[in-house]
Design a protein around this ligand. Sequence first.
Ligand code: M6R
Length: 605
Amino acid sequence: MCGIIGILERKNVAPMIRKSLKRLEYRGYDSVGVCTVHEGKLHIKKDKGKIDEIHARLNLDDLPGSVGIGHTRWATHGAPSQVNAHPHTDCSGTLALVHNGIIENFQELKNKLISRGHVFKSNTDTEVLVHLIEEEYKEGVPLEEAVRKAFQHVEGSYAVAVVSTKEPEKIVCVRKESPLVLGIGDGALYCASDIPAFLEYTRKAIILQDHDLAVLTRDGFRILSLKTGEPVEREVVTIDWTAEMASKGGYPHFMLKEIHEQPYALADTLRGREFYIGLISWLIENSKKVFLVAAGTSYHACLAGAYMLSRLAGVATIPVIASEFCEKYGDSVDSDTLVLAVSQSGETADTLNAVRYARKRGAKIASITNTLGSSITRYSQVYVLTQAGPEIGVAATKTFTTQLATFALISLKLAENLGNSAFDLRAIREELKAIPSLCEEVIRINEPRAQQLAKRYSTYENFYFLGRGISVATALEGALKLKEISYIHAEGYPAGESKHGPIALIQDNFPCVFVAPNDVTHPKIIGNIMEMKARGAKVISVIEEGDREVEELSNDTFIIPKGVSEVLTPILFVVPLQLFAYYCAVERGADPDKPRNLAKSVTVQ
Ligand code: M6R
């Protein structure tokens, strides 16, 4: 996730761009860049680091000109560095471009462009875009047409803004699967990843749709179809957010915003990175012992991951809580061991400690992390980045579902390599592609229910979250979410194990949340629900649409669209539980973004 801004004004834009980037900094903060167009030249300052420190060093405000673009980066392709920072320029120094998103076919495009003589300066996927536009930007072709033609070759997600020295009073921007909004000011126009970037300058905005191309000039703006070049109409909306709401994209809390970002985060995570997914699955296949090591929510992803690897590929792995790893399994670690460490931050001390320990004993290290350049990436022979973007709320939400999606990709790859899966792998791959839009539907269906149920249940002090099979991971995660942000005592358990002790607590009105997909565990979980119901429990269940049997046994339900394969269920079934925890915290007057005693990254052991 990165942040982009473009401003066309009647005064110097560089200081305005810097301020806008500051408001977009939550989207990425490893590099910054600004480009203005003035007197037939591009004026660029960019570097690795945070906006304030770069501004103190380089003075971003003194770039001349009343038209410019800016970018704040969250590295995906290419490490944070001066050359990889946006804006990127073409060979002739005519065009400059900023981008948020991922270009899936960048390597193929890059090879073609190199063979046509283009010289690349960075390791980013983005740079292909500016060279592609250069190819189309011939004498007499307006910038918007060159951009439109160039993007016919591009696969992936993008929000892009481009400027040119040949048409210095114009910004062209395009959008597909990455957010982009226009701001309509008094004699000024803006484009940005997010409304807060220009809210200080205007409250009138247009939310661009996928495949929109917008042309901003002194005469106003035009929106065209990226596919056909035909004009399209978009509504102008007036934004009435407070400054605080604006910093959270209009949501009252980062956690809610991040829950809503999951469809995008999943879509970005599911594209690309096949090479690294392949390497990790190869390492799993070629190691005698495989430990999946993590803490908290990331550990729950490992529990589900172990299940996916076993069911799809028939490979047994051992999920371990990082702080227990050395004592429990330390002696068995050797050069035939693979530690696959999972950490959103890549900085969790317990996980790093386990990794360092395993490295010393000769184990191979692989990781799944959301943070490029984090310590865990430096210790790993290979790592896969989830593409969730920065997660500011302390409670992990979008990083959990993107970790699950990554495990699904690894498991599928491994199963395909081994060639002995009992599952229709191709069908599961197809389903995985639909997961982002299903996730959107899950949020739409269940958010009002979560609000309602939070009103009904947030005064209770104890909860069980129960599931079987892969849904144990979902249940544990649901319980962790509720307890960490609403301070309600919640325990997650394998439902089958609940009769070996936990059931003793059940009496009238004790709330039990059952994660009950229509998978192989369905008949057995019905028995578990009945056991609890018979003792007076209130049953809240997360079920598939049309599951009348469990619905009739439940006091309340969350509904998930039908027909998702067992191994993918946690990605969708956890979402209502995130929403439920969030609304319970709000009902109880707790701040879901900053739960007491917790930090986003736990760097002590
Ligand atoms: O950054 P990590 O994934 O290594 O963090 C591990 C845990 O501290 C983290 O998942 C924690 O449990 C979450 N904040 C819970 O929502």
